[in-house]
Design a protein around this ligand. Structure first.
Ligand code: GDP
Ligand code: ZN
Length: 321
């Protein structure tokens, strides 16, 4: 008999997908029916991890998802509308993009003040990207055991800058376990993206949240569920404590797509808020008289660091188009 259902894509390997009827974690293989193409989309993958899909399967009886095998996979018949998604532009010139993940409830951006030293303009680009894609962000400062004493002023300044801009900032240490319980709690009941440049301790942190997970290994143990293709894309993990995460290997590829000069400030929430008061509209917040953003920077209401990241992005805007 034909069984129909709805499920979430938890892994994508070549032309094969693994689905699960979340919040249950019971994976079964699926393939895409050839016809599915997102209208007007130039992405290389029409279905991404996090997508909610409708599927059909030919089964001996109802509720026998166990009998869905790679030889008799479910068929994805429709992709449901996304609340949001994150894309990465291809490095080649084809202008194609790859959807990293869809329907994210939030993103945890893992960073360190030192070891490795933080690059604020780079962090700000990530934050802008998350704003563009409508993904709420929490900044997680890891390794506080290493620099809380030695970099106390920088740590305080960091809180001022980013909390002032409206972001939530957590302090944690995967090593000592400080803050890990709070982070674990923050993951419950939602799908979160974990991202951070290499070396900030993202893998250690995921392992601290759930010792069953080892992002370095990053393999689903049921080898028979894997497709023949070895290219793995991003995948979802279930946390024993509740919630689901998607681990991304790095941040470099997060492209700022199609932002014009006038648009960039829309995604600096603290600038966007005051820009209604600018005398000119549109205003680039650089040379225009009566600019409320520049006034707010001078009064210390908007941090100089964030403003300077903004100017940097205006400058190399061309690189992102
Ligand atoms: P990833 O590249 O972001 O996944 O980083 P890893 O998890 O591999 O960690 C990079 C290095 O930082 C490793 O040597 C970890 O042992 C170390 N590390 C991770 N978290 C902490 C922490 O909270 N405190 C200290 N002192 N070291 C940490
Ligand atoms: Zn202005």
């Amino acid at each position: 008999m034909t069984v129909k259902g709805e499920a979430t894509v938890v892994k994508h390997t070549g032309s094969h997908y693994l689905l699960s009827c979340l919040p249950q974690w019971d994976l079964f293989p699926a393939v895409l029916r050839g016809k599915i193409r997102l209208k007007g989309s130039s992405s290389t993958n029409p279905v991404a991890v996090g997508d909610k899909v409708s599927f059909e399967a030919e089964l001996p009886g109802q509720n026998m998802l166990d009998s869905i095998t790679p030889e008799n996979p479910a068929v994805i018949t429709a992709v449901h509308p996304r609340t949001n998604y994150l894309i990465r532009k291809s490095t080649n010139l084809s202008r194609q993009s790859h959807i990293i993940a869809a329907n994210l409830d939030m993103a945890f951006i893992i960073a360190t003040i030192d070891f490795p030293e933080i690059k604020l303009p780079f962090l700000d680009r990530i934050l802008v990207t998350c704003e563009v894609y409508n993904i709420p962000v929490t900044i997680v400062l890891n390794k506080v055991d290493l620099y809380r004493e030695t970099h106390a002023e920088m740590l305080e300044a960091f809180h001022n800058i980013y909390e002032g801009a409206g972001y939530n900032v957590m302090e944690v240490s995967a090593l000592t376990g400080e803050g890990v319980a709070q982070l674990r709690d923050a993951c419950k009941g939602r799908l979160s993206l974990f991202s951070g440049v290499s070396g900030v301790g993202k893998s250690s942190l995921i392992k601290a949240i759930d010792p069953n997970l080892d992002p370095r290994v990053g393999e689903i143990s049921d080898a028979h569920l894997q497709g023949k293709h070895t290219t793995t894309f991003y995948e979802m993990y279930a946390l024993a404590s509740g919630g689901f995460i998607i681990d991304t290997p790095g941040l470099r590829g997060f492209g700022l797509v199609d932002l014009s000069k006038e648009e960039i400030a829309l995604y600096f929430p603290e600038m966007h808020k005051v820009s209604q008061e600018c005398r000119f509209s549109p205003c680039t917040h650089t040379h225009e008289p009566g600019c409320a953003v520049k006034a707010a920077v001078e009064e210390g209401l908007i941090s100089y660091e964030r403003y300077s990241s903004y100017l940097g992005m205006l400058d190399d805007e061309g690189k992102y188009r």
